[in-house]
Design a binder for this molecule. Sequence first.
Ligand SMILES: [Zn+2]
Ligand SMILES: [Zn+2]
Length: 317
Amino acid sequence: MLKHKSIIVFFAIVWMAFSGCGRDSEAVLPTTRPEPIKLIVLVIDGARYSEMFGDNNYKYIPRLRSMMRQGTTCTNLNIDGVTNTVNGHATICTGHYESLNNGGLDYPSYPSFLQYWKQAAVAGDSSSWIITSKDKLEVLSDCTDPKWHGRHRPNTDCGVNGLSTGYREDSITFNNALAVLQTGKPKLMLINLKEPDVAGHMGNWNLYLDGIKKGDEYAYRLWTFLQSHPDYRNNTVLMITNDHGRHSNGWLDGFVSHGDNCDGCRHINFLALGPGINKGHIDTTSFSQNDITATIAKLLGITMPHCNGKVMEGVLD
Ligand SMILES: [Zn+2]
Ligand SMILES: [Zn+2]
């Protein structure tokens, strides 16, 4: 009789252990986990701070000005590395300052947040993209780290037709980005718009300002699209920033070139909007370009051991 009782008690314990018995019955139902955040980084190539958020009247960026109250603007974000296109983008992507060839001959040494994210995401997920007006930025899709080279690469749509095929118009880049968002439903995207930089190098001030105004309009159209789309509304962070600025007024050739460590070249713009981002906040903290990467890693929930930046805590709510 005693033996029979012990067997019943034993099976009762086993049943309780595997059924979750003893807890509130609702607690054993599967819980709905919030969907991971989606992220788009829009890089406006070579737009100087003084013509964007550094202009008190926001003359050339009325749309971004109107978006500021929905997000956080950083007014003291600087580059502590090489101030050109490939290096600026590579720093944002990897969180690591280094000196790469600016013609697209070098891949970054370390993996980008896109590679880390893809490794961490559900197997087979290919929903990350690099879409750029400059073909040379295709190098952002990979790195030379032997553990990562050729692995977990995002999809690319760069320049006319990939590396070494030349630049294309920003209108094509923007339309391609929208088309990919509508059809492929990606979760992660880096976009580059070239026009302020290219017009700057031509020494054409009006065309340079036009490039900034168009970038302002594209940023607004992108944000409006994200807010109107059921797959992106309320779950997508948009970051708008630059790879580098241009020489300060009165420094060397003024707005035409960039590449040194003058204030105009180092000081860049930053506005972030979306879930997890403080609203209507202007952050005057001194940040470095690779802090953008650390902040992205935190938002995406990934660990990036090679990133030397610090999380921009004031940006996050
Ligand atoms: Zn340039
Ligand atoms: Zn400079």
